[in-house]
Design a protein around this ligand. Sequence first.
Ligand code: NAI
Length: 287
Amino acid sequence: MTGVVRRVLVVGAGQMGGGIAQVAARAGFDVTLVDTTDDALDRGLASIRGSLDRFVRSGHINSEDAARALDRIDTSVDVSSSASGADLVIEAIVEDLGAKQGLFALLDAACSPEVVLATNTSQFQIGRIAESCQHRDRVIGVHFSNPPPLMPLVEVILGALTSPRTLDVVNDFLVTCGRETVLCRKDVPGFISNRLSTALFMEAARLADEEIASPADIDKVARLMYGHKMGPLATLDLAGLDTALKVSTALSEHYGGDRFTPPPILARLVAEGRFGRKTGSGFYEIA
Ligand code: NAI
């Protein structure tokens, strides 16, 4: 490691935060993983352990490297006290603007001004999240793909006030983590990736809603006709229908028109508690 980052604070131990913590620890960074409860941290750590075990079983890493990565991860339910030791913070909490602004106000007060504050938000403008901060030049978007340990691409998003140093720190960190990056140069809702994916995903959900074809056949078209690794409805189940509903509703409100509007089936599945893989069913029943 050559850059300024030694310790990374990851806030939110869900599927994205846990995955990001694992990627950073594998790259040799010390990591503190924070969530609101010990239960959430236990679930996050169990998922990291499971993922590292799979890498060991498939021969991608050896068991010593996996154990060393786990050793580098501390956990805490106290974000303020953990913030003081970090050089880079990556926020991966629930997709709620108020919650993110509240957390960034707290981080901005707890971290010295050179500490970079990154958000893994799916679609909120970086400038909106930074509104609660005094030092807005250190806030940046660092949008990992799901699941972070398997997906090499990270989208970096510049806020209007993000400093060149902030971008350098993040790029150094991501290169050390072995990630590929793309730069979203304008702070627009949904960035590059979620403007592309939400338009496709909502059209796939509309096809299912109108019962034009089964989820399996809709996904098969994307896989066999367009060469996607996973179909859009299976990807929505993986990402979480609750998060997808929030993202598509927010993009639809911002941009207007129909392209991002979630069809009724999405709200219906969420109301039934069918969030996708994390609850065991969504568009598909997941064993
Ligand atoms: P998740 O629901 O799996 O995890 C969120 C975690 O944050 C939970 O463990 C929750 O207890 C914790 N949390 C909530 N408020 C907190 C607070 N104030 N302090 C500390 N922890 C808190 O959600 P997921 O899927 O990991 O998403 C996290 C973020 O990443 C969201 O902003 C989402 O839009 C974004 N994202 C999600 C992707 C996906 O495919 N699921 C892909 C890329 C970004």
